[in-house]
Design a binder for this molecule. Structure first.
Ligand SMILES: [Zn+2]
Length: 389
């Protein structure tokens, strides 16, 4: 991988500046993508934006920014001058917020305070205005293979500006697959959000929905890391496979659990689909079970109901997902006293600390967490009990 250091004047970057909202933000005569389409909204607050302009007006250095070369070449000539080809295009990897603060000020969308007065760009004294326009951004331009770039960006980003892991991956694996994936998953009004809003949390513009879908399909198809899947699909014509997968997940949830409850939102549905979609379930039975369990006071974790119902036939300990009520110290002490410190099963004596409160009639058979249903067992007998729940 090669890294070239260049300096670009603010005036040159501002040339051709265009804020197309969700369709992206561009500058530097269209050669620079400051923010790619369907990525997060501006996040610096006014004070932070103003601080960037102050830094420039005081002539202090801003930290180095990083641009990725997405097209064309950057070379050094014999005298070590940087030569940028005419067709070169860049994307800001690190420095998006700082660049946007300056662009916002230059397009009259930001007011700053200087020596006790408020200024928009137009009212700025000539000397300050020319200082701003002639200020040079220090930029590292990186060229290399996608995996080299990603490895390196992951390190750089530790000290840089707040790009999420998925935004970083998106900046490297650009191509038709990503464009199509973003259409489905990354617009604030995208189809994936409309489809899954009731079930899956995540902000499309932060790439959280795309990331969740990718985590899901990677688990299903045996990819260890998202970047491996993206590398495999980077030149695919479209992201139909991922989109189809995501729709399957949601439709499966709607089929298995036909009645919607608000606690269905935020469950790890992709993972549950991957694990259980080949099993068959009767949706009528499921509907009644979901209702019955929601009315069960012994359950303290209603959001565990769905995974419990999906897994209970194969996992005897599935009820732990429900965080069932346990006996109070008072009930346990009372039972311990009544039993005279003797385990109700093995009949051997134990200290209070060596014992656990147990439901005589288990939850699955309708047993409640009441003093009459409490017995003390030694830990060994308790763990051997087959109908623990
Ligand atoms: Zn015992």
């Amino acid at each position: 991988m090669t890294i070239s250091e260049i300096k670009v004047r603010v005036e040159d970057i501002f040339r051709g500046y265009e804020d197309d909202g969700e369709d992206g933000i561009f500058a530097y005569n269209g050669k620079l993508t400051i923010r790619p389409p369907y990525q997060r909204e501006f996040i610096y607050n006014l004070k932070e934006q103003e601080a960037v302009i102050h830094t420039i007006l005081k002539g202090f250095p801003l930290n180095i920014m990083y641009w990725i070369l997405t097209k064309g070449t950057v070379k050094k000539d014999n005298e070590n001058h940087i030569m940028i080809s005419d067709d070169a295009e860049f994307e800001v990897l690190d420095g998006q917020q700082r660049t946007l603060s300056v662009m916002k000020f230059l397009s009259h969308k930001l007011q700053i305070h200087w020596d006790g007065k408020a200024y928009y760009k137009d009212s700025l004294p000539d000397d300050l205005y020319s200082k701003l326009m002639n200020y040079e951004f220090m930029i590292y331009i990186c060229e290399g293979t996608t995996s080299e770039k990603l490895d390196w960006f992951e390190i750089v980003n530790v000290a840089g500006e707040e790009l999420t892991a998925q935004e970083l991956r998106n900046s490297v694996y650009t191509g038709p697959w990503l464009s199509d994936a973003k259409l489905h998953f990354s617009k604030s009004s995208c189809a994936a959000k409309g489809l899954s809003e009731k079930y899956i949390t995540g902000a499309p513009l932060r790439q959280e929905l795309l990331e969740k879908a990718l985590i899901g399909i990677c688990e299903l198809k045996g990819y260890k890391e998202i970047k491996e899947y993206m590398a495999d699909h980077v030149s695919c014509e479209d992201a139909d496979e991922l989109w189809q997968y995501f729709q399957n997940v949601i439709h499966w949830v709607e089929t298995i659990f036909p009645l919607y409850y608000p606690d269905m939102k935020g469950r790890n549905w992709c993972h549950l689909y991957n694990k259980y979609h080949t099993n068959s379930y009767n949706s009528n039975v499921m509907k009644n079970e979901v209702k019955r369990l929601h009315e069960d006071d012994e359950i303290q974790e209603y959001k565990g109901i769905y995974e419990y119902l999906l897994s209970k036939d194969e996992d005897p300990f599935a009820a732990r997902l429900l965080n069932l009520r346990t006996f109070s110290e008072k009930d346990k002490t009372s039972a311990y006293s009544k039993q005279g410190g003797i385990c109700a099963i093995c009949k051997r004596p134990f200290s209070y600390a060596e014992m656990a409160g147990d439901h005589i009639k288990p939850w699955s058979k309708g047993g409640l967490t009441t003093p009459e249903n409490c017995q003390m067992l030694c830990k060994e007998c308790n763990s051997k009990k087959s109908d623990m729940y």
